[in-house]
Design a protein around this ligand. Structure first.
Ligand code: S3P
Length: 438
């Protein structure tokens, strides 16, 4: 299942060409399985001694790398004909080889927590983008728990070398609101002596807490403090819901032009903030919590102000919300979003560059951006994805929802990390014959 480095980088260089007329999108889209939940389902199933099943798993390269990494510990995965993945869990030995996490920040940081709890040596690495992203945020607290963690550039960049085992529980006040950091420490805490508490500066998505609890682990949540009590993870049947972050691309396209319905989404804690932002901008948004169905249709959008307290709940959706702001009347200001600079690309820079390519006036700020809306439509663009799947998909939305003429997006292959079927869904929803060339 794992892609070789060469296949990966060749794909990542491809170009999407979008000959659009600004007609927007229409219909029902079945968005892929949630990426955050997929990583965690694979990890919890791997930790649980016995047989688990996972349905609805994301087929993106990111979770696929996590699956490949877990197989190095002797965990057995099998694909059933109906798409279910069967996992015979229980880490049987130290990792047999280097763990290649590809482009996945979630993969490497959560797996670092797992590795810290395993006696023996683990080496974690990833692609050229991941090897530039900050790892001190997990390495430092894991060292406090007793793991020996070495890394490049003074211990802050992957590859990470972890000598695990003999952990003690700690209370850690994280300087960053990051579900990846929190989850890393909760997973390490499963193997520690004593409980582990993570206190966040602002609460973040709660998938790890929810899924550990479902697997029989005691987790206490008290505001922004989460405590895990060490103990076994039970095997279980995981069902992965649709990914709200992927649905955001269609939601923004529809808010600008058209209407769309998306069933089966995760609408739990920390993931539906983008729908609140779109509502504030004037879009018609319906949420059916019991079925996870979201319906969005176009309206004349107006500018919005986004400040730091809202950012953890929309951290992955800001590039595409910026496209909505670009199509809205007025000036949108996004602040308190410095974390965007540490994502798959520096998303403050890459989002502003993408908007400017479409003829939209936008400026960077150290902690965010200012976007001057252009409700009359964008000009066809030549966009560079900066190796970032969300910049690439946000650009495709700008092209189909507000541009007449052909736009191109280079570095399109990065989309395979999270949404391999995006072009097929784009063609169906927009009627535009978008094509990918090498
Ligand atoms: C994720 C958490 C977020 C998000 C990422 C997935 C997760 O990162 O950007 O795409 O699955 O925990 P941070 O928590 O580091 O902000």
């Amino acid at each position: 299942m794992q892609l070789s480095r060469n296949e990966g980088s060749t794909m990542h260089q491809s170009t999407l060409s979008v000959p659009a007329t600004g007609g927007g999108v229409k219909g029902t889209v079945a968005v892929p399985g949630d990426k955050s939940v997929s990583h965690r389902a694979l990890i919890l199933a791997a930790l649980a001694p016995g047989r688990s099943t996972i349905t609805g798993l994301s087929r993106g390269e990111d979770p696929t790398h996590t699956r490949g990494a877990l197989a190095q510990f002797g965990v057995e995965f099998a694909d059933e004909a109906d798409g279910t993945v069967t996992v015979d869990g229980g880490l049987r030995h130290e990792a047999a080889d280097v763990l290649d996490c590809g482009n996945a920040g979630t993969g490497i940081r959560l797996l670092a927590g797992v590795c810290a709890g395993v006696e023996g040596l683990s080496v974690l690495t990833g692609d050229e983008y991941l090897r530039q992203r900050p790892m001190g945020r997990v390495a430092d607290p894991l060292r406090q728990m007793g793991a020996r963690v070495e890394a490049r550039e003074g211990g802050r960049l992957a590859p990470l070398v972890i000598h695990g085992g003999n952990l003690n529980g700690i209370t850690y006040h994280s300087p960053t609101a990051s579900a990846q950091v929190k989850s890393c420490l909760l997973l390490a805490g499963l193997a520690a002596s004593g409980s582990t508490t993570v206190v966040e500066p602002a609460p973040t998505r709660r998938h790890t807490e929810e899924m550990l609890t479902a697997a029989g682990v005691r987790v206490d949540v008290d505001g922004a403090a989460v405590t895990v009590h060490p103990g076994p993870v039970a095997p279980m049947a995981h069902t992965v819901p649709g990914d709200p972050s992927q649905s955001a691309f269609w939601a923004v396209a529809a808010a600008l032009a058209g209407c769309v319905e998306m069933p089966g989404l995760y609408l739990g804690y920390g993931r539906k903030g983008y729908l609140h932002v779109l509502r504030r901008m004037g879009a018609a948004v319906e949420m059916e919590e019991s079925t996870g169905t979201v319906r969005v249709s176009a309206a004349g959008l107006r500018a919005v102000e986004i400040t730091g307290n809202e950012v953890p709940g929309i951290v992955d959706e800001i590039p595409v919300l910026a496209v909505a702001a670009a199509g809205a009347k007025g000036t949108t200001v996004i602040s308190g979003a410095e974390e965007l600079r540490f994502k798959e690309s520096d998303r403050v820079s890459s989002t502003v560059a993408m908007l400017r390519a479409f003829g939209v006036q936008a400026e960077e700020r150290p902690d965010g951006m200012v976007i001057h809306g252009r409700p009359d439509g964008f000009t066809p663009a030549a966009v560079d994805s900066a190796g970032d799947h969300r910049i690439a998909m946000a650009a495709a939305v700008a092209a189909v929802a507000r541009t007449s003429g052909t736009s191109t997006i280079t570095g399109w292959g990065s989309v395979a990390t999270s949404y391999p079927d995006f072009v097929a869904d784009l063609r169906t929803a927009s009627g535009v014959t978008a094509t990918v060339s090498a």
